[in-house]
Design a protein around this ligand. Structure first.
Ligand code: ZN
Length: 270
């Protein structure tokens, strides 16, 4: 798995804290997250989605690992390995998913497994504060952050942007989403809030945009219902204040404006 590792200058004697930053779609994988603006097509996507959240975190003093997840960047399947912009920016989730599902596997399952191995790498490297590893992701990167953090409690701080809503409206009625979102039979048993409940009581930022079309036809209502499920789980630990719902106007886009406030522990629940 090719990974950009962004290491800011160390301030003082304390070991750097560290974040994993998996990518979302249409940004050429790790290139947009790490802020590789030298590639014009990547620079355009960074402008559009504020996609360089890996670089933002490094500027805040964190060591940040920006991987290519399966089907993205250097890990595209043969069908889209060309250098044309449309191929380079795209991902091959569709092809992977068509091979995975008949074998009883899913793309998100494989991506989550890869990220667990990336945590192993952080531990093995032994250079950063291993007790405070976080994960940040926007859109498809938010999806990976949700699943990884739910299934691996070595992640202590979670930032999910543009990916927290009810499955029925956002992934069944809106059925044009990328195939990596889909886990067979999942929604018969749980909704996204139930997966998010597994994050309790760890520090969590959820970013939502009021105009994000991926929220589905009921908009923010489809988001807040799932947030309520997550809040109930945090309530069991009396830790509701660890959730920060960062709500913005506008469309599907990452927002770095409140990251520092959230990470310093100042942010209160909205
Ligand atoms: Zn995908």
């Amino acid at each position: 798995m090719p990974v950009y590792v962004l290491i800011p200058p160390k301030q003082g004697e304390e070991r750097l804290k560290c974040f994993l930053a998996p990518p979302g779609h249409q940004g050429a994988g790790k290139y947009s997250v790490a802020g590789v603006r030298e590639i014009p097509a990547v620079a355009d996507k960074i402008e559009l989605f504020h996609y360089d959240y890996g670089l933002m975190m490094a500027k805040l003093g964190y060591a940040v690992l920006c991987p290519d997840c399966r089907g993205f960047g250097e890990r595209r399947e043969a069908a889209l390995q060309g250098e044309e912009e449309s191929e380079f920016l795209n991902s091959t989730c569709f092809h992977l998913s068509h091979m995975a599902e008949p074998l009883g596997m899913t793309v998100i399952g494989m991506c989550t497994w890869d990220l667990m191995r990336l945590i192993d790498y952080v531990k093995e490297r032994g250079e950063w504060d291993e007790e405070s590893i976080g994960c940040v992701g926007f859109s498809g990167g938010g999806m990976q952050t949700l699943w990884l953090s739910a299934l691996d409690d070595r992640i202590k701080t979670v930032i999910i942007s543009g990916y927290l809503y009810g499955y029925s409206d956002s992934l069944l009625k809106l059925n044009g989403n990328c195939s990596c979102n889909y886990v067979p039979h999942l929604w018969e048993h749980v909704d996204m809030g139930d997966i998010g409940a597994l994050l309790a009581p760890r520090r969590l930022m959820v970013q939502s945009a009021r105009g994000d079309h991926l929220n589905g036809y009921r908009g923010m209502e489809n988001v807040s219902e799932q947030l309520e499920v997550i809040k109930k789980a945090y309530g069991l630990f009396e830790k509701e204040e660890e959730i920060y719902h960062d709500i913005w106007d506008g469309g599907h886009c990452f927002h770095g404006e409140n990251l520092e406030k959230f990470l310093s522990g100042d942010a209160e629940i909205k």
